[in-house]
Design a protein around this ligand. Structure first.
Ligand SMILES: Cc1ncc(COP(=O)(O)O)c(C=O)c1O
Length: 462
């Protein structure tokens, strides 16, 4: 046994205490409060196992980074092979073939409007690149985003986000940023018509709440951007790589953006990665001379292992037909869960591919308990479902955004029909129980809300 295996075996059981001592005690307190304080032993595909070898179904999917499944063996093999090759990555003043090979593979899969790739190490950095390059290329400064958008937590990306739970305490944010209501073309056109907007950045399906675009919204938004000289940026960080039943969600509407941001599942969940895909127009307006040849970048991007994982992930998506599988299983999940809309507390079940959500609402005729929960913390009812799903059914899910009564699922695309049945029957039972709002469950939620008020944000991420 190597030193690493020994270390993990010796100290693994201390994970929660050690994290609390050295990293984030508030987060550990939150996990303990809501009963998510498992000691995780291993993971594979769509499952996690705790130290007692109980298997959990992972509908969180690492916030959408495990489309090809956790610890995918073929991506791992490629990484092990790459380490053995002792490749000359990150020469910095020099280039290697792997980034260009991954760029080539990405460009083969996106609309031909896009011709260049800039690699980053995360989604938020891809968004930062879009904002910077979009401003320089257009010669304009204003940036529009949609209400309820989530584009990351660095200052630029955060400036495109209106949610106070993320933005307050961190201001002032960048000047020139404004939000328009989601699905509102008139509001968008009013802003664009000023002809001073550098770019409009939009998620094709909003991660926070799993909000689907209205028919024609995105195509018309693109048209309006073209008309008024604004760059159209589609943020595929969460929706990319098969999540919505197409390799990229923009394919559902035949979009041809100027800028596309990707990250998360591109490296199979193994290595931090991100990329900005852009038109030649954007590229050549920014990197327009020798002094400007390195106008934007960062030390670790492109990282060799991220490139290898990216190449292996794209192969895996193709060879295992995971995009088609996402479309098929997504349809199945919707079909099996739509009947829940009959329940008095269920407002809507919605989704695209394997990006799925159920939204709760106060039952017809009103409910005093519902009102009490909302008063203590908006969106608290959804915890009456998320917590028992985890505790009683070993299903790992999340609330789809701060203050929202929406439960969201982003399972690895390798999930099986049996897994979906596991989820459907657990959900039916849990929603039926939560609908009665039994006193013990409500008390638990109230205590949890009071104890974990601040850090709950982490669970309710995009
Ligand atoms: C649509 C979207 N854009 C950007 C980001 C930020 O990505 P990262 O967490 O890798 O910085 C996220 C993360 O959830 C996202 O969902």
């Amino acid at each position: 046994m190597g030193w690493l295996s020994e270390l993990v075996e010796e100290r693994g059981a201390e994970a929660l205490d050690l994290h609390a001592q050295t990293i984030n005690p508030q987060f550990v307190k939150l996990l303990r409060t809501i009963g998510f304080d498992r000691r995780w032993a291993r993971a594979q595909g769509a499952y996690l196992w705790d130290e007692d070898d109980n298997r959990y179904l992972d509908l969180l999917g690492g916030f959408g980074m495990f489309n090809v499944g956790r610890n995918n063996p073929r991506v791992r093999e490629a990484l092990v092979e790459a380490l053995g090759l002792e490749r000359p990555g990150s020469v910095q003043l020099g280039v290697d073939s792997l980034p260009a090979l991954l760029a080539e593979e990405l460009l083969r899969r996106v609309p031909s409007s896009v011709e260049r790739v800039l690699f980053t190490s995360s989604g938020t950095e891809a968004v930062e690149a879009a904002l910077k390059l979009g401003r320089a290329a257009s010669g304009r400064t204003r940036v529009l985003s949609a209400e309820h958008a989530f584009h990351g937590l660095t200052l630029g990306a955060l400036s495109a986000n209106t949610a106070p739970e993320f933005t307050s305490r961190f201001g002032p944010l960048l000047p020139g940023f404004e939000q328009v209501p989601w699905n509102d073309l008139e509001a968008l056109e009013r802003q664009l018509a000023r002809e001073d907007v550098a770019l409009f950045i939009v998620e094709p399906v909003q991660g926070k709440g799993v909000n689907l675009p209205a028919d024609g919204y995105l195509a018309r938004a693109q048209e309006l951007c073209r008309r008024y000289g604004t760059l159209f940026c589609v943020d595929e960080v969460q929706t990319g790589f098969g999540r919505t039943g197409r390799l990229f969600a923009l394919e559902h509407w035949g979009l041809e953006p100027d800028l596309i941001t990707v990250a998360k599942s591109l490296s199979g969940g193994y290595v931090p990665v991100g990329a900005l895909l852009m038109t030649d127009f954007v590229y050549s307006r920014v990197f327009d001379s020798l002094p400007n040849a390195v106008s934007h970048g960062s030390t670790f991007a492109p990282n060799d292992l991220a490139m290898v994982a990216g190449l292996a992930t794209l192969r895996e998506l193709d060879e295992q037909n995971l995009v088609e599988r996402s479309a098929r299983l997504g349809d199945r999940l919707l079909e099996r869960t739509r009947p829940l809309e009959e329940r008095s507390v269920v407002h809507e079940v919605r989704g695209l591919g394997l990006m799925w959500a159920i939204e709760f609402e106060e039952p017809d005729g009103g409910s005093r308990t519902w009102k009490l929960l909302e008063r203590i913390q908006p969106g608290l009812f959804s915890q009456l479902v998320v917590v028992p799903l985890f505790r009683d059914h070993r299903i790992f899910s999340q609330v789809a955004g701060h203050g929202l009564n929406v439960l969201k699922a982003l399972p690895p695309l390798v999930v099986t029909e049996d897994d979906l049945e596991w989820f459907v029957s657990a959900l039916e039972e849990t929603v039926a129980r939560a609908e009665k709002m039994p006193r013990a469950l409500v008390r638990f939620a109230v205590v949890a809300a009071r104890a974990g008020r601040t850090p709950r944000r982490k669970l309710a991420r995009a």
